[in-house]
Design a protein around this ligand. Structure first.
Ligand SMILES: [Zn+2]
Length: 315
């Protein structure tokens, strides 16, 4: 009996050891998060493997890109490649400075994101160049196109890039690391913050949220472009938030006297909608922007989006 027990425990121990070796092999990657100091709490992520580093998103201002470059240098491993999750300048404008600091490295994104970079940055410069001057780069680097839905190996780092369509931005790339169950969402999720739908893609954002739940049910940690990491159930909160936005704006638009002759909400109606939504989420972060301004952009975007949907259905 004693021998049987000894054999049993020896087998159990051997099994546990093999499992932990397998787990160690699978979790050999490490995530480093770099948060911008100057602007909007933008996250860049460094995935560290034995062979090198993969960078996800490259900051907005040169001063922040310099700090990110210093972190990359401190890890003393080659930068194997970098990826842009979406064509918003707070995630890609810093790449010129990163190339100056670190030399050449491959830069990738999906075709729809690559196409959006030039028009978005030109528009962005009009608004923000006067504010940031030389700290905001006027030029940009055009990434090479990678294919959505096909597992990619960069050095010893393996992941699945997936085109999520429009939502917070006109095109969104998410990256799934199956062995680690990590999902890098760009701004497709923005944790414990006000979600941005100012570009008029709230209906598509709701579809994108459902896709995240359906296509990545195993995801354990979501790493977003802004905010702390979260679990997959944060997506349900996002769905509730965007639905509330749509319903509040839609209700305001249908109230007599709230729209002017250009189809815009009157100033009073806009203020009321913004107040109502901000009151629903008193603890949300605004990533260093003014919450009221951010929510006004959302409401203006929604008025346009919902207005054109109404016009289409009444035709
Ligand atoms: Zn962003």
């Amino acid at each position: 009996m004693l021998i049987f027990r000894k054999v049993f425990f020896a087998v159990l121990l051997a099994l546990l050891c093999t499992q932990s070796v397998a787990a160690a092999k699978q979790s050999a990657l490490k995530v480093h998060r770099h948060v911008s100091e100057q602007t909007w709490s933008v996250n860049s992520y460094l995935i560290e493997s034995e062979k090198g580093l993969l960078l996800i998103d490259g900051q907005m201002l040169n001063s922040d890109a310099k700090l990110l470059a210093a972190q990359i240098k401190s890890l003393k491993k080659p930068l194997l490649a970098a990826i842009i999750t979406h064509a918003h300048s707070d995630h890609f404008a810093g790449f010129s400075e990163l190339r100056r600091q670190l030399g050449e490295f491959p830069l990738y994104s999906i075709a729809s994101v690559v196409q959006g970079i030039e028009p978005f940055h030109n528009q962005f410069l009009t608004s923000y160049k006067p504010m940031y001057g030389d700290d905001l780069e006027s030029t940009w680097i055009t990434p090479q196109v990678l294919e959505s839905g096909k597992v990619l190996n960069i050095g010893d780092i393996e992941f699945l890039p997936v085109d999520l369509g429009a939502g917070e931005a006109e095109a969104q790339l998410v990256l799934y690391f199956p062995a680690q169950r990590w999902l890098f969402t760009g701004d497709a999720t923005m944790h414990r913050s006000f979600y941005y739908v100012g570009e008029g893609h709230s209906a598509e954002a709701l579809l994108a949220f459902e896709r995240l739940k359906k296509e990545f049910p195993e995801a354990q940690t979501l790493y977003a472009g802004h905010g702390d990491p979260a679990r997959l159930n944060i997506v349900d909160q996002h769905i509730a938030q965007v639905r509330l936005l749509r319903e509040t704006v839609s209700a305001a638009m249908s109230m007599p006297g709230n729209l002017d002759d250009k189809g815009q909400l009157t100033r009073e109606a806009l203020t009321k909608v913004v107040d109502d939504i901000l009151a629903a989420y008193p603890y949300f972060y605004d990533y260093g922007l003014d919450a009221r301004m951010l929510m006004s952009w959302n409401v203006l975007g929604l008025v346009k989006e919902l207005g054109s949907t109404l016009a289409m259905t009444s035709e």
